[in-house]
Ligand binder design. Structure first.
Ligand SMILES: NC(=O)c1ccc[n+]([C@@H]2O[C@H](COP(=O)([O-])OP(=O)(O)OC[C@H]3O[C@@H](n4cnc5c(N)ncnc54)[C@H](O)[C@@H]3O)[C@@H](O)[C@H]2O)c1
Ligand SMILES: O=C(O)C(=O)C[C@]1(C(=O)O)C=C[C@@H](O)C=C1
Length: 364
C-alpha cells in the first residue's frame, strides 16, 4: 500500500516533517511550492520526493495533507482545499502555533470526504526555511493534536500512527486551552525577548559597549528574538486576545519588581528568584534534540590551527557521537572556550575520559 503525503509549505517545520516521512516504507512526499524557485529548492535539498506549483496536483489522491505555512495563511489554504477533489478519508492537518482560529474555520467549513485534525509540534527554532529542516527536530518533543468531536477515532489513530515517525509524543488538547497555555509559554516569551533586544539595541546606538559585553544571560534569554518576523507576526495576531491578557499580567510582574526596587525590598527579590528557580527546576527535562543538546562538555584548547579538527577526529576515531561543537566567543559565563555537545550522556562521559587522557582540561 502506498501513502501519499502532501506538504503545503516546506520550511523549517514542513521540511522537518517531510524528512521524518520521506523514504519510509510505502510513503511518498509531495511538496507544494508557491514560487518556482522554491519548487526547485525543495527538490534540490532532497527533503521531498517531488514538488509542484499546483495545489490541486499536490493534494490529488493524498492520504495526508500537512498545512505548514504561516498561521495567517492557514484559513485561506483550508478554504481552497475544501473546494478541491480530495481522496475519501484524507486527513488534513496543520502545524500552526495557534489552534483556536483554524479549529473555528474547520468548524465553519465542513469537509465532505476528508477530516481536519489540528496539530502543533512543540519544537522548533529561531531559524526558518527548508535549509533549517532537520529529521530529528521533533524527537522526544510533545506534539499537540486538537481533534474536534466530529473526527472519528479511526482517523485520529491514522494520523497518530503516521506521526510516530517523528518520534514525538502525542498529546490531545482543546484548541482554546492550547492557545491559553502556549500563549504563556511560547508567545509571551517571544514578545519579551524581542522587546528586551530592542531596548538594548537602542542603548547600544549611543554606546556599542552594550553589544560587546552582552554575555550568556542576554544570549540565553534572547535566542528566540531572532525568530522569523512573518511567522511570529501571524502567531501574535492570531492569539491577540490571549496575549493582551498575558501582557497585563506581565506588566504586573514588572511593576512588582519596580516596587521591590523602590522599597529596597531585598527579601522580596530573593523570594522571587527562589520561587522561579524552584518552579524551573521541576520543568520536564529539555526534550528536543536539534538545538538543545542534552549533555555539554567544555574544554580549553589552544588557539592553534587544526585544533578543532584534531578534537573532532579523536572523538570520531573512538566512535563517540558528537552532536554539536561550538567555539565560545564570550567566556564570562563558561569555563572553557570550546563547547562539545552530546545527545547521550554516555558519549559525553566517554569524551570527558578520552580528552582528559589526552591532556585537555575538561569541565562538565
Ligand atoms: N518556527 C517554529 O519554531 C515553529 C514551531 C512549531 C510550529 N510552527 C508553525 O509552523 C508553521 C510554519 O512555520 P516555519 O517555522 O516552518 O516557517 P518557515 O518560514 O520556515 O516555513 C514556512 C513555509 O511556508 C511557505 N510559504 C510562505 N508563504 C506561502 C504561500 N503564500 N503559499 C505557500 N507557501 C508559503 C514558505 O516558503 C516556507 O516554505 C507556522 O504556522 C508556525 O506557526 C513554527
Ligand atoms: O525553540 C524555539 O526556538 C522555539 O521558538 C520553539 C517554539 C517555542 O516557543 O518553544 C516556538 C514556536 C512553536 O510554535 C513551538 C515551539
Amino acid at each position: 500500500m502506498t501513502i501519499k503525503i502532501a506538504m503545503i509549505g516546506v520550511g523549517l517545520i514542513g521540511g522537518s516533517l517531510a524528512l521524518c516521512f520521506k523514504g519510509k516504507p510505502g510513503i511518498t512526499v509531495m511538496g507544494y511550492a508557491h514560487l518556482e524557485e522554491l519548487k526547485d529548492k525543495y527538490i534540490a535539498s532532497g527533503v521531498v520526493d517531488a514538488a509542484t506549483l499546483s495545489l490541486e496536483e499536490a493534494v490529488q489522491d493524498a492520504d495526508f495533507i500537512f498545512l505548514c505555512v504561516p498561521v495567517g495563511l492557514l484559513e485561506s489554504y483550508f478554504e481552497q482545499l475544501s473546494r478541491l477533489p480530495l481522496k475519501k478519508g484524507c486527513i488534513i492537518t496543520d502545524v500552526g502555533s495557534t489552534k483556536a482560529s483554524i479549529a473555528a474555520c474547520a468548524e465553519h467549513i465542513r469537509l465532505k470526504e476528508a477530516y481536519f485534525i489540528g496539530g502543533h509540534p512543540m519544537a522548533g527554532s529561531e531559524r526558518a526555511g527548508v535549509d533549517a529542516a532537520s529529521a530529528v527536530l521533533f524527537e522526544n518533543a510533545y506534539y499537540v493534536l486538537t481533534p474536534s468531536v466530529h473526527v472519528p477515532e479511526e482517523a485520529y489513530g491514522r494520523l497518530s500512527e503516521l506521526l510516530a515517525y517523528t518520534r514525538a509524543q502525542i498529546v490531545r488538547v482543546e484548541p482554546l486551552l492550547h492557545d491559553d497555555i502556549v500563549g504563556a509559554i511560547s508567545h509571551l516569551p517571544h514578545v519579551i525577548a524581542v522587546a528586551l533586544v530592542n531596548q538594548v539595541r537602542e542603548y547600544n546606538e549611543s554606546n556599542p559597549l552594550y553589544k560587546m559585553l552582552a554575555a550568556g544571560g542576554f544570549r540565553d534569554i534572547t535566542r528566540i528574538a531572532s525568530s522569523d518576523a512573518i511567522v511570529w507576526r501571524d502567531i501574535l495576531l492570531s492569539n491577540r486576545e490571549v496575549l493582551l491578557e498575558l501582557l497585563k499580567d506581565w506588566n504586573s510582574q514588572m511593576l512588582s519588581f519596580t516596587t521591590m526596587l523602590e522599597q529596597k525590598n531585598g527579601e522580596g527579590i530573593e523570594d522571587a528568584f527562589r520561587q522561579a528557580r524552584e518552579f524551573r527546576s521541576v520543568l520536564p527535562e529539555r526534550r528536543k534534540g536539534m538545538i538543545s543538546p542534552l549533555f555539554d562538555l567544555y574544554t580549553d584548547v589552544q588557539d592553534a590551527p587544526g585544533m578543532i579538527g584534531k578534537i573532532a577526529t579523536e572523538l570520531g576515531t573512538n566512535d563517540i557521537n558528537l552532536s554539536n561543537l561550538e567555539i565560545i566567543e564570550n567566556r564570562v559565563d563558561v569555563p572553557g572556550i570550546m563547547r562539545l555537545s552530546f545527545r547521550q550522556e554516555e558519549d559525553m562521559e566517554r569524551a570527558k575520559t578520552l580528552l582528559s587522557s589526552l591532556g585537555y582540561q575538561v569541565w562538565v
